[in-house]
Write a protein that binds this ligand. Structure first.
Ligand SMILES: NC(=O)c1ccc[n+]([C@@H]2O[C@H](COP(=O)([O-])OP(=O)(O)OC[C@H]3O[C@@H](n4cnc5c(N)ncnc54)[C@H](OP(=O)(O)O)[C@@H]3O)[C@@H](O)[C@H]2O)c1
Length: 263
């Protein structure tokens, strides 16, 4: 059996570790995260399953860390990129340390784009490749005013950037053999956010999330929301709403309400 190489970020726990477990039977792996000790132990587990495993410790909240991973991707041999590393940094914006704004947006939004940019030349040259970017349903929570929801301005902004990036990229790559998938998990029971997901009754397991994503990739789904039963209808409604804004708002004159005597 020919093994292709998958690079997974955030592979030291949660959803990323489950992708690695599911892929280990027929892929060699490059595992990225900060905790080198955890990655080392995990690599041993995966090697026992026959995978060749490289451990690449890197902090993707820094440009040095991103460069370490893009340098590896520049070798051109990675055929599946799973850009999964992320952090919440939940807090009211006024309480966020300004340095953390850069760090969180770099990790959650800049790193996925830089990694895809680095992986694409090798994929396009060989005519084979798939890219999964892990966003979140919270990317669509800008209008949600539920006091139980986390304080999430930075996180929602970063994941919304990943949503727009991946969906637009899908169109850009439509005429190539490269497949893309935007993954939109809901609450998942991982170490995320001090593991609060483990106490939330509707949380999905990380195994189910990673497994649904890979099944969705095989089905040719460019968007995968693992818990969403009628995904096609939801995506159609999203497109219709986007089109109403995009086409409806692109007019040569301001809307009527801005031109009356009250305006
Ligand atoms: N859990 C949820 O409810 C949920 C819902 C929607 C979306 N998601 C998304 O799913 C993805 C995976 O999260 P998870 O739930 O599996 O949480 P998790 O168990 O906390 O895993 C996060 C992973 O990202 C890595 N990571 C964090 N900061 C990093 C950094 N600066 N540089 C490199 N790696 C870093 C962590 O490894 P190290 O600490 O070793 O660096 C870990 O491997 C994230 O993108 C998250 O936004 C999660």
């Amino acid at each position: 059996m020919t093994r292709t190489i998958a690079l997974i970020t955030g592979a030291s726990s949660g959803i990323g570790a489950e992708y690695a477990r599911l892929l280990a039977d027929d892929h060699d792996l490059v595992l990225v995260a900060r905790r080198a000790d955890r990655l080392g132990d995990f690599a041993e587990e995966l090697r026992a399953r026959g995978a060749a495993v490289e451990v690449l410790p890197a902090d993707l909240g820094t440009h040095e860390g991103i460069t370490a991973v893009t340098g590896r991707l520049a070798a051109g041999d990675v055929r599946l990129l799973v850009s999964n590393a992320g952090a919440g940094g939940y807090a009211p914006l006024v309480d966020v340390d300004p340095a953390d704004i850069d760090r969180l947006l770099t990790l959650n939004a800049v790193a996925p784009i830089q990694l895809v940019r680095a992986a694409l030349p090798g994929m396009l040259a060989t005519g084979e490749g798939a890219i999964i970017t892990v966003a979140s349903l919270l990317a669509f929570s800008g209008g949600l005013n539920d006091p139980r929801a986390p304080r999430r301005t930075l996180y929602a902004a970063a994941k919304a950037a990943t949503v727009a990036f991946t969906r637009t990229l899908t169109g850009e790559l439509a005429d190539t053999p490269i497949r893309t998938q935007l993954l939109l998990p809901g609450v998942v029971a991982t170490e995320w956010n001090e593991g609060v997901g483990r106490d939330i009754p509707w949380a999905m397991t990380p195994q189910d999330v990673a497994s649904a994503s890979l099944a969705g990739l095989r089905l040719g789904e460019t968007v995968c929301a693992p818990g969403l039963e009628n995904q096609a209808a939801a995506l159609e409604a999203l497109l219709a709403a986007e089109s109403a804004l995009l086409t409806g708002g692109n007019q040569p004159t301001p809307a009527t309400r801005y031109r009356g005597p009250q305006a």
